[in-house]
Design a protein around this ligand. Structure first.
Ligand code: C2E
Ligand code: MG
Ligand code: MG
Length: 646
């Protein structure tokens, strides 16, 4: 304080009215204690409403109880609202304060220094934004408080200059600490404790602001949801501690890959929500999505003694105002797109469109139809024969069918989404395993034998979701022990490439465990996935089933012929059994035999049929076969109308 200032202050103190004699000062100090006590008597809650309950109680209490304090308010500034905003005022209108748009000057110093500062309003040096209060008060103290990016200023104004110094600024230190506490609680209520990222509540708030701002500024806003692929396996395999480390680390990686103005929030276990603000065009938003997914994919995480792991992400995006939804609808659309990104094979982004919405709707309906059919006993298995290339029937593939209420039979194409749907994949899978095991047991009991007198083999299709479910092996073991007549070596499980694409290591371990139980394993629809050969090398499988799309056109398309030839050759070198699917004609069979393919399955032999039709089909097939030269397949023994699947 300069000497002039000090002299002026002393002069003011001398001029203070009698109310400020020592007794009154003590009374005022007691009042401050009482206000604090009453404010704290009510529970401190994590508030994020318009005003913080604790700070509001203090402001009201000071104005109501003190004989000198006429106004009390507090203002907040955070990264979302970079301008000081009054949240609560007592004894005055909020509009009276002329808050600067920038935090330059003494206010910034106050916020930074975190020290209370005293201002006499008729001093020429008093902050301009406070001056309008001079009609109400003569002197103001500012208390800065806050945590990290969330900062606040308490303002207490008194009628007489000099009063605050007489009371002693230390008496107000408690208010600063309570301000810190309140904002700390608020920060906790708005942020995820593990990653420090905004949580769902703050995200939704920011989404609403960003949407309004995009509309005003005529810019695009990207609203996205991102889910880590295969995170559950990290938790299951390495424990929740490792899972937490992965989340915190990947949160930082993603945050660093984004622009500072964008938002990354954690809104669930491994689910993140994003906002790409102020975007000029869709292409730029897509570029940011690509950058983010690249950053995830290229991060290797070390989990102590366990091997390094890397994770990918799936991202669903919708863009306002191309998508004119309200905040809730935008998030729902991003979720629909996320579902499509997952279904499309993960590690990718998908943009929401109305067509997608309708497709998901159809998937949802299909899942509901399947759920009801399963509950009402309207699911069953049909069986399609598999024969060696020389025509010996070796077994059947069990194929799921849904019987509608009107008796029509639907193939999986009509309810395919249900096979991999969360919550339904496992019950459906268990039903299929159980039904197939029952059938195999019935064949053993009935002494049913094929020409080659081997046990009748049965293959079942296992969905990725069931195979990757932690209880899959348990389900399998339970079914085998409930059906002791079933020889596990006659049981084969078929998996498609969607499972290893999700978690190659998990699938490898499950298939190895199956083989230990003597169950055979097959890679279905081989050649259609982009990593087929890698999977063949990494996964313990006994059989490859060449996808029917290659077999169907191999007579006319030299490329398909070359692919079938290549797969057969590789399988032969690896000592694997090869089944060609979709074998429909004698020409197919001849070509496959020339290529060294070991088994065939397709309409050339028979369509899938109910178990009850099998004995008759087998008899007729054997009869017709006897009339043919040895070593050839008999075409469609069921052509007389036996099959119900035409
Ligand atoms: P998939 O496992 O590759 O089964 C072969 C599919 O090809 C069957 O269709 C079969 O009816 C059909 N097919 C067989 N031979 C021929 C032929 O010569 N020509 C033509 N055009 N098609 C032929 P389906 O029964 O409609 O099953 C379709 C897919 O649904 C199956 O393909 C399998 O991936 C899945 N699926 C079937 N049953 C189950 C099940 O119980 N669980 C699971 N998770 N998936 C199943
Ligand atoms: Mg199959
Ligand atoms: Mg197949």
């Amino acid at each position: 304080m300069t000497t002039t200032k000090a002299r002026r202050a002393r002069a003011r103190q001398d001029a203070l009215p009698a109310i400020l004699d020592q007794g009154s000062i003590d009374d005022e100090r007691m009042t401050l204690f009482r206000v604090l006590q009453e404010a704290l008597a009510e529970p401190v809650t994590k508030g994020r409403g318009a005003a913080d309950p604790l700070l509001r109680r203090i402001c009201q209490g000071l104005v109501r109880n003190s004989r000198m304090i006429r106004v009390a308010c507090y203002l907040i500034v955070d990264e979302e609202r970079p301008v000081l905003t009054p949240e609560f005022t007592a004894g005055m209108e909020a509009g009276l304060l002329r808050i600067p748009r920038s935090l330059a000057g003494p206010l910034r110093e106050t916020l930074r220094d975190r020290r209370p500062s005293l201002h006499v309003l008729d001093d020429p040096g008093a902050p301009v934004w406070l001056r309008a209060l001079h009609t109400l008060v003569a002197e103001v103290v500012l208390f800065p408080f806050g945590v990290a990016t969330l900062r606040g200023v308490g303002v207490v104004g008194v009628a007489e200059a000099g009063f605050l110094s007489r009371i002693g600024l230390d008496y107000f230190a408690a208010f600063t600490n309570l301000g810190n506490l309140a904002l700390n609680l608020r920060a906790q209520a708005l942020h995820d404790a593990l990653t420090g990222l905004p949580n769902r509540g703050l995200y939704v708030d920011r989404l609403a602001h960003a949407r309004a701002s995009a509309r005003r500024r005529r810019r695009l806003l990207g609203v996205a949801l991102l889910d880590l692929d295969g995170f559950k396996q990290i938790n299951d395999r390495h424990g929740h501690g490792a899972g937490d480390l992965v989340l915190a680390r990947l949160g930082r990686i993603m945050r660093d890959a984004m622009r500072p103005t964008d938002t990354l929030a954690r809104i669930g276990g491994d689910e993140f929500a994003l906002l790409f603000v102020d975007m000029p065009c869709l292409g730029d938003i897509e570029a940011l999505c690509v950058r983010l997914l690249d950053a995830l994919r290229s991060t290797r995480l070390s989990l102590g003694e366990a091997a390094d792991v890397s994770l990918t992400g799936s991202l669903g995006l919708t863009v306002y105002p191309l998508d004119e939804g309200d905040p809730e609808t935008l998030m729902r659309h991003a979720d629909v797109a996320l579902y499509a990104a997952k279904a499309g094979g993960r590690d990718q982004y998908h943009i929401h469109s109305l067509d997608l919405d309708r497709a998901i709707d159809a998937d949802f309906r299909a899942t509901e139809v399947a759920r009801r059919a399963l509950a009402e006993g309207r699911m069953c298995l049909y069986y399609q024969p598999i024969a060696t290339i020389d025509g010996d029937v070796v077994g059947f593939e069990a194929l799921l069918r849904l019987v509608r209420e009107d008796g029509t039979v639907l193939r999986p194409a009509s309810f395919g989404a249900a096979l991999d749907a969360a919550g339904l994949a496992r019950p459906l899978g268990r039903f299929v395993l159980e039904a197939a095991a029952c059938q195999m047991e019935a064949w053993v009991r009935a002494g049913f034998e094929l020409e080659a007198r081997r046990p009748v083999r049965c293959s079942v299709n296992i969905s990725a979701a069931h195979l990757l479910n932690a209880s899959f092996l348990e389900d399998l073991r339970a079914i085998l022990s409930a059906h002791p007549l079933v020889d596990p070596a006659a049981f084969e499980i078929e998996i498609t490439e969607s499972a290893p694409l999700r978690d190659l290591e998990g699938v490898r371990r499950t298939l190895t465990a199956c083989q230990k139980l003597r169950i055979r394993t097959a890679l279905d629809d081989f050649g259609t996935g982009y990593a087929s050969l890698t999977h063949l090398q990494r996964l313990p499988v006994d059989t490859i089933k060449i996808d029917q799309s290659f077999v169907r056109d191999m007579a006319d398309d030299p490329k398909d012929h070359a692919i079938v030839s290549g797969i057969t050759h590789v399988a032969y070198r690896l000592g694997l059994n090869v089944v060609a699917e979709g074998v429909e004609t004698a020409a197919h069979i001849r070509m496959l035999k020339a290529l060294g393919c070991s088994c065939v399955q397709g309409y050339a032999l028979a369509k899938a049929m109910p178990a009850a039709d099998i004995p008759r089909w087998v008899r007729r097939y054997a009869q017709r076969r006897r009339a043919w030269p040895r070593g050839s397949i008999v075409m469609r023994a069921d052509k007389g109308g036996n099959s119900r699947e035409d």
